[in-house]
Design a protein around this ligand. Structure first.
Ligand code: F6P
Length: 517
């Protein structure tokens, strides 16, 4: 019987017309103390977004299972063919924790912490990228569409093109692409750019990210760019230059799925229960982040602590619930952040707790999507204050869940989401006084003003949901290096972001779409 997700079988191997490749599979293999494995949903915005985007598509997904060692056998999950790629313990250390998250990650996030440059990490990164390209080639049908994701796989497009020139290759960057002045620090900057230039289309979160990439090509590779395309002579020097298009296609969430979930009786009841269990505070503030130094959690806690100290906020009336999902826990900068955050939470609670009222509820866990939706529905003020973030889907999820037009979003101007959600209460997270004032403005805004802001933001997210994002991306990839025929130029705040696809987004499957961190 044909299985959804398996297109054809050649030499006993299933092959697919659409292949997605990301560092992680959407499910992680988690081993317990007895060595028993179970599959859990992977953390992060990439998986949340792609879950929604892949709901109605037949595809293979190539990625790591989250545990070192031999790769599990390929399997079907949610209609998608999972093709695991193995990473050894050393590769987890040198490729994933090292080059991806201690070299590229800080470079792409404004060097908030000092990046480390190690040649052996680079060697591991090259080896793993080669392995991914080979795994993709194994499951891609002739002329397949291959959609590569994120900074972990920047060399894959060129390697794949060399072994499978027939396939169409797209890459999407979920994180910021840094200004050339920062990107230029990378000793392997030319190889990374050339790796990406193996693609037909490169998608970015913001116009500024695409521009940073094009500028890096001009400055570091001496290539010429025209509009949003770059001319790239083939590495061997024979044949005409290929044109590669680089453009902004900002990612989104499954608005309708989240909205339906948030309106379900179970989630509404749970939201009321959460408020009651927190002592029915007058003001419930919420932060939801991976425990990452880019998220601005320390700055947020400082601002909150000072508001309590100044007496602007009254401990008996306000509480902050901070969900902090564990992430990359063996990388030093993440360990240091956890220590700092937990010290700050302890200090604030020690100082300002009164019987029956705790200033901060700190939850270092991941939660299922129903619980996250209930938290969003319960929260009066959502604090999204990263120092730098490619998009931040939490902001869009909060908005999607507020069917009641209640709540208020405090949003950092250093997120991709800021470019779309201008009606949020905007702050510069480095400016602690400014953050305090913005929080107080959000608290003191009239119900009417909050409704007006929330309505506008919901319209934006509903019109630009994850299904539309995926269609726009795939249309742009199919048409590259030209712009897609179906392009409908819509006014955009940044003036440059391209809008393609049908004016009406496909209605989301209420059962799909995740909650990200
Ligand atoms: O978008 C950034 C990203 O690295 C994604 O690739 C990933 O889904 C998420 O953050 C979580 O990171 P990690 O896979 O390192 O836990």
């Amino acid at each position: 019987m044909p299985v959804r997700g398996v297109n054809r079988v050649i030499d006993g191997r299933p092959i697919f017309d659409l292949v997605v490749a990301a560092n992680r599979l959407p499910v992680d293999l988690v081993m317990d103390a007895h060595g028993e494995g179970s599959w859990q949903r992977s953390p992060g915005g990439l998986v949340s977004a792609m879950e929604g985007a892949m709901a109605a598509r037949e595809a293979a997904w190539v990625g790591w299972c989250g545990e070192p060692g031999a790769a599990p056998e390929p399997f079907l999950e949610g209609g998608i063919f999972m093709h695991p790629v193995p990473l050894s313990s050393i590769e987890v250390e040198e490729y994933y924790e090292g080059f991806c998250n201690d070299t590229l990650w800080p470079v792409c996030h404004d060097v908030i912490v000092q990046p480390s440059f190690h040649r052996r990490w680079w060697t591991a990164y090259q080896a793993v990228n080669r392995r991914f390209a080979k795994a993709i080639a194994e499951v891609a049908s002739e002329k397949a569409t291959v959609w590569v994701h994120d900074y972990q796989l920047q060399l894959v497009p060129a390697i794949l093109r060399a072994i499978r020139p027939d396939v169409r290759i797209g890459w999407f960057n979920h994180i910021p692409f840094p200004p050339v002045e920062l990107f230029a620090q990378l000793p392997w900057r030319a190889a990374l750019l050339e790796g990406l230039l193996g693609a037909d289309f490169l998608g970015f979160q913001r116009v500024a990210d695409a521009e940073n990439f094009l500028r890096s090509c001009r400055r570091l590779l001496d290539l010429s760019t025209t509009g949003d395309t770059v001319a790239f002579p083939p590495p061997a020097g024979d044949g005409p230059a290929r044109r590669v298009r680089a453009s902004a296609v900002p990612i989104s969430v499954d608005f309708r799925g989240l909205s339906a979930l948030a309106g379900s009786p179970g989630v509404l009841a749970r939201a009321a229960e959460i408020r009651a269990s927190l002592g029915s505070p007058e003001i419930l503030m919420l932060g939801v982040d991976r425990l990452d130094y880019t998220k601005g959690i320390r700055h947020r806690l400082k601002a909150y602590g000072e508001l309590l100290e100044d007496g602007e906020l009254d401990t008996g009336k306000v509480t902050l619930t901070q969900v902090a999902m564990p992430t990359r826990e063996r990388v030093d900068a993440y360990r240091a952040l956890r220590d700092d955050v937990e010290r700050a939470v302890g200090q604030i609670n020690g100082e300002y707790e009164v019987l029956g009222s705790t200033p901060i509820h700190y939850l270092r866990h991941s939660y299922p999507r129903e619980e996250m939706a209930a938290l969003y529905v319960a929260a009066d003020i959502m604090l999204v204050t990263p120092l730098r973030d490619g998009m931040n889907l939490v902001a869009k999820e909060y908005v999607s869940c507020r069917n009641d037009l209640g709540g208020a979003l405090v949003l950092s101007e250093f997120t991709g989401a800021w470019h779309e959600l201008h009606q949020a209460f905007i702050c510069n997270p480095h400016d602690i006084e400014g953050v305090k004032q913005t929080i107080m403005r959000a608290i003191n805004a009239s119900a009417e003003e909050r409704r007006r802001r929330m309505r506008a933001m919901r319209k934006r997210v509903a019109d630009h949901d994850v299904h539309r994002w995926a269609s726009r991306y795939l249309d742009a990839l199919a048409a590259a290096p030209s712009r897609p025929q179906r392009s409908i130029p819509l006014p955009d705040r940044e003036g440059g972001a391209e809008h393609t696809g049908p004016a009406g987004a496909s209605a989301g499957d209420p059962a799909s779409g995740g909650i990200s961190r």
